[in-house]
Design a protein around this ligand. Structure first.
Ligand code: SF4
Length: 293
């Protein structure tokens, strides 16, 4: 049996940066908080709590402690309230997410009716939406547009969507508006991970997708795999069932941009155990197929 991992699996630039900022800040302070989870991975959030980096869910719970803004950003009105309450802010919003917020604002100021491709309940999209005063249309796919007609539209995307869905949306809108401006705000880390995962899924008999059940980019990887092969989305090694690998020759692994290396290594070792391989590894670099580009 072969067990391989998709290239570029695991932490992306924005997540590594947010964790680094949080850890550096925590060494300089007794206790700091993150407003909402710093990243969408419960195991990493629990690990950060051990370093006194505590997740809170509302401004009332901050108690004047220095506050890290998570990688996906927060709503503009929340930032304003933190400033008003004189709370020290450490902004770990991913620069690609900040850039998307800037685009939302500038498109709106230039008179474009904004359309966001994304999940309306995701914190990144909620934050994006808050940078625009006018009405915003949020769709998860082109079909959700219905029969709506537009005059002058600006289109942006949640950073973790599929480029094919953005293309589809643009194609459907061409005949429904007089003027269109499209900014591809899907981040490169997302596209690279999706493509590597797709390639591996095509060559695998079963795919294991590792990452937070609340992680948008991990769920998207699972969706891509599910369209091709039997797929299991798990957060930790204990969820693995050895029956999944019965009569399977090629086992594929992939992990979302917020999945820590140690979780991926634990999953890989557990799969080896399930298929009767007594070898164990300590580093993600030792998993066949792993490559960071
Ligand atoms: S997936 Fe992209 S936008 Fe999101 S945190 Fe990572 S690098 Fe930033």
């Amino acid at each position: 049996m072969n067990v391989r991992i998709a290239k570029n699996s695991g932490f992306c630039f924005g997540v590594k940066r947010a964790i680094k900022i949080a850890l550096i800040t925590s060494t300089e302070n007794h206790e700091i908080v993150t407003l909402g989870p710093l990243i969408h991975n419960p195991q990493m959030v629990a690990k950060l709590e051990e370093e006194d980096i505590i997740k809170v869910d509302s401004i009332d719970q901050i108690n004047k402690r220095p506050t890290i803004i998570r990688s996906h950003g927060v709503k503009k009105e929340i930032l304003d309230e933190l400033i008003k309450n004189d709370i020290e802010i450490i902004n770990a919003t991913c620069p690609y997410v900040s850039k998307t917020q800037d685009y939302a604002q500038s498109l709106s100021e230039d008179g474009y009716e904004l359309i966001i491709l994304g999940d309306r309940n995701h914190p990144e999209v909620e934050a994006l939406r808050s940078y625009v005063e006018q009405e915003v249309t949020i769709v998860a796919n082109a079909d959700e547009l219905g029969d709506k007609q537009f005059k002058k539209v600006g289109i942006i995307s949640q950073t973790t969507r599929r480029v094919e869905d953005l293309q589809d949306l643009v194609t459907k809108l061409v005949t429904r508006c007089h003027e269109m401006r499209v900014i591809n705000t899907i981040c490169n880390a997302t596209t690279i991970r999706q493509n590597s995962t797709l390639e591996l899924a095509k060559e695998s008999d079963v795919m294991i997708v590792i990452g937070g059940k609340n992680s948008s980019n991990t769920k998207m990887l699972a969706k891509i795999c599910e369209s091709l092969v039997k797929t299991h989305h798990i957060e930790i090694a204990d969820e693995i069932d050895d029956k999944w690998f019965k009569h399977k020759q090629n086992i594929g692994l992939t992990a979302g941009a917020s999945t820590p290396d140690w979780v991926i290594v634990e999953v890989y070792n557990k799969i080896l155990e399930c298929i009767g391989n007594i070898n164990k590894i300590d580093n993600i670099e030792d998993i066949p197929g792993f490559k960071e580009e």
